[in-house]
Design a binder for this molecule. Structure first.
Ligand SMILES: Nc1nc2c(ncn2[C@@H]2O[C@H](COP(=O)(O)OP(=O)(O)O)[C@@H](O)[C@H]2O)c(=O)[nH]1
Ligand SMILES: [Mg+2]
Length: 291
């Protein structure tokens, strides 16, 4: 699979984030709870430098809850506070403000002890496309979008969104790109819908999906399609699903392209259940061998 982002766009996105960093106290790094590693920008640490950050695992309603809990713990052990939320239904949003206050407690206590007037925490959301940045902003905003004038150092007028009394959010999120040069990461991003179909080979993607399921969620295939996927017989698998779901071409033969699309649609639509594609245990193993 070849996925191309344009270096010019990436550089521009990065510049925009860097420019706005000085306006905020904290970065909210939004990641997909289904792929807490693959949905991160590989340069994020470099981009946001020393700025405090809260990791927000969004779309937790679509992820494997057990794995989500392990990821929150994993990040905590690596020095990053993380919370799991569902922006679509507004679940867990109160955790965001609370966690931000905890992270910034020292800084704000210091400001107070120097006699500075208390103010709201200022934050900016960053994340890869489709991770839910706009959904989260709209959820938090309710009707509290406050217009402000031009701000120093920023060309475009910024708006701050008031979230209760404690938090103010920049209305435009920073867009960063995922690590697309890794094929496996590409497949995972495609299976969760972060990457558009037009740049993905559907058959390869469906096969990756089936292999992934049979390794990590072996009972799901059985429940949905009534049989176990055989690694060594892809044609048989496609035939089986094609017949089961009656995916025939004009001449009555099984339309493999449509079968592939159906498998991918089923995975994305949670018809094979809630799925997590990055695993803490695999990551820990990788880290152990790298040392
Ligand atoms: N199930 C679920 N869907 C979400 C959640 N947050 C966002 N979405 C969906 O993900 C898609 C992309 O969201 P959007 O906010 O446009 O992403 P952005 O590109 O980061 O601004 C939309 O279809 C949203 O409805 C969530 O927590 N759960
Ligand atoms: Mg958006």
């Amino acid at each position: 699979m070849t996925i191309q982002w344009f270096p010019g766009h990436m550089a521009k996105a990065r510049r925009e984030v860097t420019e706005k960093l000085k306006l905020v106290d904290i970065i909210f790094e939004l990641i997909d709870a289904r792929l807490p590693l693959s949905s991160r920008n590989p340069m994020i640490d470099e981009v946001i430098n020393q700025k405090p950050r809260l990791l927000i695992l969004n779309k937790s309603d679509m992820a494997d809850e057990h794995e989500t809990r392990k990821w929150v713990e994993y990040f905590a052990q690596h020095g990053h506070k993380a919370v799991a939320i569902n922006s679509l239904e507004g679940k867990g949003l109160q955790l965001v403000t609370k966690a931000a206050q905890e992270i910034l407690k020292e800084k704000f206590d210091r400001m107070k002890s120097r006699g500075m007037k208390p103010r709201a925490i200022r934050a900016m959301i960053v994340g890869i496309p489709n991770v839910g940045k706009s959904t989260l902003i709209n959820r938090l905003a309710k009707k509290n979008i406050a217009k402000t004038g031009n701000m120093p150092g920023v060309t475009k007028a910024q708006q701050w969104i008031k979230v209760g009394k404690e938090l103010e959010l920049l209305d435009t999120p920073g867009i960063l790109w995922p690590k697309f040069e890794d094929q496996e990461v590409g497949y995972k991003l495609a299976l969760t819908g972060a990457i558009k179909d037009t740049i993905t080979n559907m058959e390869d993607l469906a096969v990756y999906g089936l292999r992934f399921l049979s390794t990590h969620y072996p009972t799901r295939m059985e429940e949905r399609y009534g049989f176990q996927f055989m690694h060594d017989d892809l044609v048989e698998t496609f035939d089986h699903i094609g017949k089961l779901r009656r995916v025939f071409g004009a001449g009555g033969e099984i339309d493999y392209d449509q079968v592939a699309q159906l498998i991918v649609r089923d995975i994305r639509g949670l018809l094979l259940g809630k799925l997590t594609f990055d695993f803490v245990d695999e990551q820990l193993e990788k880290e152990a061998t790298q040392q």
